[in-house]
Design a binder for this molecule. Structure first.
Ligand SMILES: [Zn+2]
Length: 295
């Protein structure tokens, strides 16, 4: 989905919620004589106010209290009649200062984030005894990264280690923590990443930018399981470098998880990408346990 469609969707969803709320209220007026009469009186007093006639303020307050009590007795909450904004930043308009809001960028790509992954849910006892202290300090570093975000020393985090060492879990913790702070976060598998880039590479209509733009614009991009994707000529290596390079130039943060070690990364993606990921003081690479925690 591109920005335009995402914004249209957000605005349409807002309208639909308001319409639902109005229909609900009309239905309540139809089915409750008491509510109907109260509402009629409230409107009459409000009309007097508008027309500059003397309005009975005390009576209005009493009527509003009565209306609230009737609604309350029917289990109707304020939120049902006056739906709150889903996004406090753009008030569901999709735009902040003329630019796409983080909620728009998030909507462009909805790829399976583990919503249960939180630092509170992490269980370091899954790690072997002799690894726990080191892993615990990794977690502290990552938590500090989240709390300082976006003003961090590091732009790139690399979590390395075999399958089942909690790399994806840790990346998901970051995703959830920063999403909750209102940042735009895109997490996708390297397989999905390459598929998007292939579409970008081979599409020439107005959908084209929608495949790449959110990956460059989001506050945090997470590419999960780097190395599990296909190497497609002119796509995988080239676009991976392009995205990393553009994001670093724009001082944007990227997290990678991978089973590969640094030598394999150099072999697979070439010197340029390797040096961005390992040769930069802006990158923090760490091996999680060598033991598969799922065994
Ligand atoms: Zn928004």
């Amino acid at each position: 989905m591109d920005y335009k469609k995402a914004i249209q969707k957000i605005v349409a969803e807002r309208k639909a919620r308001i319409t639902d709320a109005r229909l609900l209220y009309l239905d309540l007026l139809r089915t409750s004589r008491e509510l109907y009469e109260t509402e009629k009186e409230i409107r009459a007093i409000k009309m007097d106010e508008i027309l500059g006639k003397p309005a009975d303020k005390n009576k209005l307050e009493t009527l509003i209290r009565r209306r609230d009590a009737i609604l309350h007795s029917k289990g109707v909450t304020d939120e049902m009649l006056d739906p709150p904004y889903r996004c406090g930043k753009c008030h569901d308009t999709g735009l902040v200062d003329g630019k796409p809001c983080s909620c728009v960028i998030n909507k462009c790509i909805d790829d399976g984030m583990d919503v249960d992954a939180t630092f509170e849910n992490s269980d370091l006892s899954l790690f072997p005894q002799d690894e726990r202290e080191r892993i615990s300090s990794v977690y502290e570093t990552v938590k500090a990264f989240c709390s300082k975000f976006p003003y961090t020393n590091k732009l790139n985090l690399l979590f390395m280690g075999r399958c089942g060492t909690g790399k994806t879990f840790l990346a998901s913790c970051i995703a959830n923590e920063l999403s909750a702070k209102g940042c735009s976060v895109i997490m996708l598998s390297s397989f999905a990443f390459v598929n998007r880039m292939l579409k970008y590479h081979t599409t020439f209509d107005n959908e084209k930018l929608g495949y790449l733009e959110p990956l460059l614009d989001c506050d945090l991009l997470i590419i999960d399981d780097l190395g599990s994707e296909n190497i497609i000529k002119n796509v995988t290596v080239e676009y991976l470098f392009h995205v990393i390079n553009e994001r670093m130039t724009a001082k944007k943060h990227t997290v990678f998880t991978t089973n590969l070690d640094s030598d394999h990364i150099r072999d697979r993606y070439g010197e340029r990408t390797y040096s961005r990921l390992f040769g930069s003081r802006l990158s923090y690479g760490v091996a999680l346990s060598n033991t598969d925690l799922r065994k």
